[in-house]
Design a protein around this ligand. Structure first.
Ligand code: SF4
Ligand code: SF4
Length: 251
């Protein structure tokens, strides 16, 4: 009991701190180098156009990346076949790719997780056509381990009560109107978070008659959260950054 009280006074909470690192098997942000002659192959094998080559190096569009590892597999195969130097080869780290803030033009910093009190954010979730994996991870944010509520974030039953619209899934034709109406029903100031590669990048299911693309084709998006699906800590980092943005807009 004394230890719990000590922790509450020290950290302002008694729950586990949130880590932005997954297990050794988690495929997160890409890191390392790829041999220059491998870059075109890495680009060609990427199923969603996230691997881009610029000035002899690579850049990853984390809005689109589904962390499939195809580009890293190609590099590893080249090492085996052609004896290319394996030091610091292109690989997936086990760290989350961080959410991206449109207004600030930069990624959310991990420090956003350390400020624990004084925030309030009401979130309306809309599944615009997901496979449900993003939604499962979203549900996990509310369990006792991640304990989203400690940060003052709550889910609202109506867009009329929400500060932020959290969109998962690529926008399908059937749900376009629901997305527009949800956005229009929200009071100002309002924010939109595109969560996961489908909503953020819109390339996951390709170009079909049933799919319109990413959420930003329909409504203005303020925050993109990479991942397929994103882990709960990355979603929480995005929500906390959104709460800070909202506080700034209300000044
Ligand atoms: S890990 Fe990302 S960048 Fe690499 S091939 Fe897959 S989707 Fe493309
Ligand atoms: S981003 Fe990936 S996990 Fe999320 S809905 Fe799309 S396919 Fe499913």
């Amino acid at each position: 009991m004394f230890k719990v009280l000590e922790r509450i006074f020290r950290d302002k909470i008694a729950a586990e701190s949130i880590s932005l690192k997954g297990s050794a098997r988690f495929r997160g942000r890409l890191t390392g180098t790829a041999a220059a002659d491998m870059l075109p192959q890495c680009q060609a094998v990427c199923p969603v156009g996230a691997f881009q080559v610029q000035d002899g190096d690579y850049q990853i569009d984390y809005r689109k990346c589904i962390f499939c590892g195809k580009c890293t597999d190609i590099c590893a195969a080249a090492v085996l076949k052609e004896g290319i130097q394996a030091d610091n080869l292109l690989h997936c780290s086990n760290e989350d790719a961080m959410p991206y803030l449109v207004a600030a033009g930069k990624e959310v910093l991990a420090e956003v997780l350390h400020q624990k009190l004084g925030r309030s954010l009401h979130v309306r979730h809309l599944d615009a056509g997901s496979c449900n994996a993003c939604d499962f991870e979203m549900g996990a944010m509310s369990n006792p381990y991640y304990d989203l509520h400690r940060y003052g974030v709550a889910f609202a039953a109506s867009p009329r009560h929400a500060d932020l619209l959290m969109v998962t899934g690529v926008v399908t034709r059937n749900l376009e109107q629901a997305l527009r109406m949800s956005y229009e029903a929200m009071p100002e100031p309002k924010l939109v978070m595109a969560c996961g590669a489908c909503a953020a990048g819109g390339e996951t299911y390709g170009d079909t008659y049933a799919v319109l693309g990413g959420a930003d084709k329909i409504v203005p998006v303020d925050i993109y959260v990479p991942g397929c699906p994103p882990r709960p800590p990355a979603m929480i980092a995005g929500l906390l950054a959104a709460a800070d943005m909202l506080a700034d807009r209300m000044k």
